[in-house]
Design a protein around this ligand. Structure first.
Ligand code: SF4
Length: 333
């Protein structure tokens, strides 16, 4: 293990590199992931220096609504809504407009600046798209909320319609590395996911794309995932940590340690320095008591429940932000 002064210098030099617009080498990325746990504070301080440069102490909140649950023909190994999962999840078709609007009002009450409308499935039908577009138009006319849609792979013409309706951002995660992708999902490909993110960008929506850590990937692959998202120029990068759900193919995967999760967040801050890094699904069960430290690298959170698993009480998240001396950023994209 390096002595503390040497470690401080190393992590601060990576922060300076990131602020200079230079990309970390693979070796530097791996050094972050392999950092000794005793170095976590100087590492997070270095990540914080980058985060502070772009976002100060602001924390953006996002709220998800599971607009269509279960019934998915895809076989994503981490997902309780997939056709190969036996997890007891709710199954329903696309929620009606009143329910989607009620969710938007709840997002406002929680001080979330972005409302994420998420639907299970490979991609939306035209009828589903009509319903989403109708709800989005009304939300945009009546509430100061940003809308993010996550509806799967988009067919020609669908990205344009969402953009015209006022959807600011579209989420489509890369999830894992290209090499690891076939071991997670066989019903669609990594390249299809990249194509959808590119399609979203070409139609004026802000691209949101992230990862799920803890699905058998190597550290080298985590560094590759960060490079891939830097290359894709994703504006928002949700970093999920697998919450292994009984009944899913990945149910026996262990949790990511809290220390490892912090190192991953620092890595993404260094490699994608100016981007919204969101500590996302699974933070409660993987980061556990170290959740507050995550905000020294990340500048964004999901609040409330996830798609099929419970989040923590909104007051706990507000307390974390308050206790850190950070502040909620309203109406940021
Ligand atoms: S992640 Fe999406 S596409 Fe994959 S099984 Fe779950 S709902 Fe279907």
């Amino acid at each position: 293990m390096k002595n503390t002064i040497a470690a401080d210098l190393e992590w601060s030099s990576l922060a300076q590199k990131a602020l200079n617009g230079e990309c970390l080498t693979v070796e530097e990325g791996l050094a972050v992931l392999n950092a000794h746990n005793d170095e976590i504070l100087p590492l997070m301080q270095a990540a914080f220096n980058v985060r502070k440069h772009y976002y100060g102490k602001k924390v953006k909140l996002n709220m998800i609504i599971n607009a269509k649950s279960g019934l998915c023909p895809e076989d994503c190994g981490y997902c309780s809504q997939s056709i190969v999962s036996t997890a007891p999840v709710q199954k329903y078709t696309l929620l009606d407009k009143d329910t989607l609007l009620a969710g938007a009002r709840e997002a406002m009450a929680r001080q979330a600046g972005t409302y994420c409308i998420v639907a299970a499935g490979k991609g939306p039908t035209e009828k589903e798209l009509d319903q989403v577009v109708d709800a989005v138009r009304e939300i945009r006319e009546t509430m100061p909320l940003k809308i993010c849609a996550c509806l799967g792979i988009l067919k020609d013409g669908q990205a344009e319609r969402l953009s015209e309706a006022g959807v600011h951002r579209y989420n489509h995660n890369l999830n894992t590395s290209k090499a690891n992708y076939p071991s997670i999902t066989t019903t669609h490909t990594y390249d299809q996911r990249v194509e959808t993110v590119e399609k979203v960008k070409s139609h004026g929506m802000s691209p949101c794309s992230g990862v799920i850590i803890g699905m058998g990937e190597t550290n080298h692959e985590i560094v590759e995932m960060a490079y891939a998202l830097r290359e894709l120029d994703a504006d928002s990068i949700p970093i999920n940590f697998l919450n292994a759900i009984p009944g899913t193919p990945l149910e026996k995967s262990g949790r990511t340690s809290a220390m490892k999760a912090l190192k991953v967040l620092a890595l993404f801050r260094f490699i994608c320095p100016s981007k919204e890094i969101r500590v996302a699904g699974g933070r409660e069960v993987n980061l556990r008591t170290l959740q507050p430290l995550s905000l020294y690298a990340a500048n964004s959170l999901f609040v409330g429940d996830y798609l099929t698993t419970a989040g923590q009480d909104i007051s706990a998240d507000h307390h974390i932000i308050e206790d850190l001396g950070f502040e909620i950023e309203l109406n940021a994209l």
